[in-house]
Design a protein around this ligand. Structure first.
Ligand code: SAH
Length: 221
């Protein structure tokens, strides 16, 4: 085992499994994806710590536990088609790509989208498509999706995302103010949607047509 593999194994055990994430597929994906490659070289030694880290442009790679929790809450299955809004570093994208058939990911900052795309391809993920744009409107050409994961905080649940969810589909999205949100899990049923509110969380803001307005939204978390 390399040093990073040891650190990753400890991360999964102490930060994730012992906090209640039990889905073996999710735990397996968290063991496999080399999180240290998704941060800049000078942050690698911190990649397996229990917090988010900067990925530049005022954005962050989410805390490992939050990635695991969001992933477990949407129950990705091997045949699923997934939409991710907020590619960022591409780390959550990789976790989803380990568990589902296809992952479509939208990132609004071109530099981050390009970097994530290159890394995911170097790591051998062939079932991932990254697009530059406003993911608050979804990815209508590829809809419907079985799973949608939004990794930025929204003022409310964007209607296009609910529309682009297939029947039986699951959507995870942090909803709240620009500084604090609650993880919402939405399930689309034949006769409507069911929503469950989960844990409190802090994500960078979702900026876009169905998110926050660009102006004054810079965050440095
Ligand atoms: N899952 C990522 C999280 C990155 S932070 C990771 O763990 O690395 C959230 C990302 O959402 C940021 O990169 C930000 O630029 C992006 N974002 C914010 N609003 C967006 C929007 N409307 N469409 C697409 N991406 C958006």
């Amino acid at each position: 085992m390399t040093r990073y593999e040891r650190q990753r194994h400890r991360m999964v055990e102490y930060q994730i499994r012992r906090r209640g994430i039990r889905d073996p597929r999710v735990l397996g994906a968290m063991e496999r994806v080399p999180r240290h490659q998704f941060v800049a070289a000078d942050l690698r030694e911190h990649a397996y710590e229990d917090n988010p880290l900067s990925i530049g442009r005022g954005q962050t790679i989410s805390q490992p536990y939050m990635v695991a929790l969001m992933t477990e809450s949407v129950v990705p299955r091997p045949d699923d088609r997934v939409l991710e809004v907020g590619t960022g570093s591409g780390y959550q994208t990789a976790i989803l790509a380990e568990l589902a058939r296809e992952v479509y990911s939208v990132e609004k900052i071109p530099e981050l989208a390009e970097r994530a795309k290159g890394l995911l391809s170097r790591l051998g993920y062939e079932n991932v498509w990254v697009r530059i744009g406003d993911g608050s409107t979804g990815w209508v050409e590829e809809a419907p999706f079985d799973v949608i994961v939004v990794t930025a905080g929204a003022p409310e649940i964007p209607a296009p995302l609910v529309e682009q969810l297939g029947v039986g589909g699951r959507l995870a999205i942090p909803v709240g103010s620009a500084y604090h949100q609650v993880l919402n899990i939405v399930r689309k049923e034949r006769d409507g949607i069911r929503k469950v509110e989960g844990t409190g969380c802090v994500f960078v803001p979702l900026i876009g047509t169905f998110g926050w307005k660009e102006k004054g939204s810079e965050r440095h978390s």
